[in-house]
Write a new protein. Structure first.
Lengths: 388, 388, 388
């Protein structure tokens, strides 16, 4: 069945009541909201490009416009990945989701790395994990709890996912602890970080293998959330949309990164605040909204799957890839994170593991997770540390 | 029912076998033990006041006598709060308990703050959490385990409470971690601590709302421990006793605080040891004995509720209130705790969460909790750090 | 029954199909493999002694040969302890196992202590805990998971054991945290460490009492793993074998320790790497293989019992004994471990507790535990710290 549908992907007919389309097949199958959002994203992207290349505007305006465009593009990447996943079946779809899930973040981080903004890159990794575990999971649990009351889930599966997450976080942060004690040179640190990046990627590969062979043990793996099939594109259309959105994402990420430093100066922000709070939000907002929506529909396990899975991916895939890319582009990045980032991630991982282990969630837990995020954001904002 | 009884609170008749009373209605309804304890407390309070104001004695003698009086007064405050709670019903009673539960501690800390003993104040917050989670919970689990064998409780409810406690502790200690990395001035630290204090109090408010709307999800919330109705006072008598005990508590706290420094010098103790070990014991001993008693009666959930609830209150209510009061009285206190206090609280929270998560307790766990407390006490004692 | 069999220990007849014996009763009752292993161990021991005392060889060769001999001797000690346990019944057997379980490690550490290699001794304690919780438990879970699929176990019992382990680890590491803050002299540190060592040993005594009185609450306590009866020796033979193996162990440990420094110089290793990674592996390999074998036979609870129990023993018995012995032999050792060792143990304890708490294990968890061990080993290897 699934291989047959992969060869002859028959696009689902547009739902009755929707106009037959605007002549463009890509948009024709979409809901009016999605159509407007896609067209809007294209418009904002064009504006950002014009501001930067045409008008040579700098700073806040470019930052805000390109950030908005990236929000939309990340969402479009998500749509096409979902569609390809629905066409190719859960196995390949899982790989696609795993690969493209944090693509926006990876692209932004790559350009920031190339521009030498290593503090921002590391901070964005930290911020992505914190954002997923505190802000997104918190908002999902809060919304789900207010709507549905006490929400329960499999303690064992959630606990097992939490254990994997803790393992990933510890692997990622061990070099930093060792850096505190050691007298290693920067070269040795990078050497060690490359070795560890390779080990982490082995771990990621094993985790993927395990998920494919044990779908029923994965959070939310035993069921399919509504609306996760994506729009009714053909496979070819979906691939085309994915490639174009990714290409545009790359252009806009470069624009965004170039505007970070003027933006920081204009508002007196710290690189850490931008890296920990703003960048991850820009790269992940679309995914975040989905997680909250799922919790609201009483599918809290899927929300946890998104938050935990995305965090694990950052620790085991995005971070190691950036270490290796750093060596390639001549901006060697080690995995030695500053203490306050480690503490923030440690806290986020510990709390979310605990919340998972008791097998149930309520709005108070969600609200407190968000308050912790707020406290961390205040702390990073107040810091105004000079670039490390 | 409960509102009716609130309007016409009929005092329960004195139990048969007890003498009809000593002519004072406040004491007449009490058991002989309680009567002696109250009269003794009044006597010791008078002695402390005489020593301080009349004889101008200083140091150890005043410290010991006023500490003894405070032990008794905190117990009387507890009695009258319980009675008011029984009269007004569980909802209002919960607020009363939450507000007056740590009142002795809050008053002592306030006077210590006013006297500029900021190291002692911070240490007493730390010590209160450690004492609740290691000493009190340990003693309760040990006593309960020796008497009743293996004690089990709802893993989910205990786990959920543990998660809230971890959230509270993390919120409280984030500023300290950030202070290590930052180059903030003392003014900026206080500014940040005030902001965070406000966030913590929002968290406390939310936790209270949640407990009132979900009493059955609170540890020990689904049932009433014996003897929690307090003495058979009328509402008016209970309010009167509460106000008088609180007023006396304030006077004696001021005396106690004034005697801390001579006491420290006389015995060569450190401010940290007094703050972490002695002050919290003085403020909480009455509550602690109740927790142990409940475990002995095989009501281990109530013991955990006392230990967890009291710790959470210190983190989310007492500490933020002191930060705000510090600004008011011109002794600004930040929330930047020294590393060893953070480590001690972190250890205490982690252990008690683990003990809660396995859903059962035995005397060995209790004994080990108490040994950890002993090790921490030895360490603080050996430190003899100069005042920070 | 059990006391009767203790008085008249009838050796089980040698299994049919095995030759009646080589004339030496000690070897006659053994399987061919065990016989060869014992003879080989004796031969290698003789070689090591000859190399050291006879030929005055130094460095790597002596290190490797004596390490090999110790591997074998530790296994022989295990055999005779098991046999004595089977003869004397579970109560006394438990004490024997608890006492002799880490005897090889204790003897090596003692000679290293006497030689003033305090960094190596502390590192070997750390390494023993890490090795048990990450490498051994990881290998056991991986092997068990690949062979048997998802393995489940009692969440409560495993959780309770994890809680005890966390308690032990925290007790052990508190002095280090305090040392960071304090300005204590080395003398004061040793004084505090001796006090804390005594408290830890009280905890160990209580844990033994608890295990004897609650065998059914101990991991793997409700059943007997196959082959845990040891070879069919008489009590007298077993005692004789035990004493001779222990004596030989002492001789070879002294040889091993003397060869550590030349070995380190020859290969450019750090004392930390040798202490954390090599020494614990030499002392524990036999025990480790048993744990993996048990998991492979789908007896994962026994594997966890070995890993958790051995770690607890190191924290509550081996470490305190070494502190006291250090004072006796004039090489005072405190319990102030370097930060990276604390972080590594903290990580190992936290992960293994989480893995235990979800009540099930799969090969991915095992693989990730081993990867974390690999990352820690890489970090210690890269460090090449000078001796502290």
């Amino acid at each position: 069945m699934s291989s047959a549908s992969a060869q002859v992907p028959a696009p689902a007919p547009a739902p009755a009541g929707h106009p037959a389309g605007s002549g463009i097949p890509v948009l024709g199958v979409l809901s009016p909201f999605a159509r407007i959002a896609i067209l809007g994203t294209i418009g904002v992207s064009a504006l950002a490009i014009a501001l930067d290349f045409g008008l040579h505007v700098e700073g806040a305006a470019v930052f805000v416009v390109s950030a908005t465009a990236i929000l939309g593009l990340a969402w479009i990447v998500g749509l096409s990945t979902e569609r390809l996943g629905a066409i190719t079946g859960p196995q390949v779809g899982g790989v696609l989701n795993a690969t493209f899930g944090n693509i926006a973040e990876l692209i932004i981080a790559f350009f920031a790395l190339q521009a030498g903004l290593i503090t921002v890159v590391k901070a964005s990794l930290t911020g992505s994990i914190i954002g997923n575990l505190l802000l997104v999971l918190g908002a999902a649990i809060l919304a789900g709890g207010l709507k549905n009351g006490l929400q329960t889930f499999s303690q064992r599966i959630a606990g097992s996912n939490a254990a994997l997450l803790v393992l990933a976080a510890i692997g990622l942060f061990i070099p930093a602890v060792f850096a505190v004690s050691g007298e290693a040179t920067q070269g040795q640190r990078v050497e060690e970080s490359v070795l560890i990046a390779l080990v982490l990627m082995v771990g990621y590969g094993l985790a993927l293998v395990w998920q494919f062979t044990n779908p029923e043990r994965t959070l939310g793996g035993h069921g399919d959330p509504e609306g996760h099939a994506g729009p009714a594109w053909t496979g070819r259309t979906a691939v085309g949309v994915l490639l174009m959105a990714a290409a545009l994402l790359a252009v806009l990420s470069e624009i965004l990164v170039a505007s970070i430093e003027p933006f920081i100066e204009q508002f007196g922000l710290s690189q850490l605040f931008v890296g920990v709070i703003l960048i991850p939000t820009i790269g992940n907002l679309a995914e975040h909204l989905v997680a909250v929506q799922l919790a609201y529909k009483n599918k809290i396990e899927f929300s946890m799957a998104v938050a935990f899975g995305s965090s694990m991916q950052v620790a085991l895939f995005v971070a190691p890839v950036l270490v290796l890319l750093g060596v390639v582009v001549g901006q060697p990045m080690d995995l030695v994170f500053p203490p306050l980032e480690i503490a923030a991630v440690g806290a986020a991982v510990a709390i979310s593991a605990l919340v998972a282990l008791d097998g149930e969630s309520n709005w108070l837990e969600g609200a407190l997770l968000m308050l912790i995020y707020l406290i961390i954001a205040i702390s990073f904002f107040e810091l105004r540390l000079p670039a490390l």
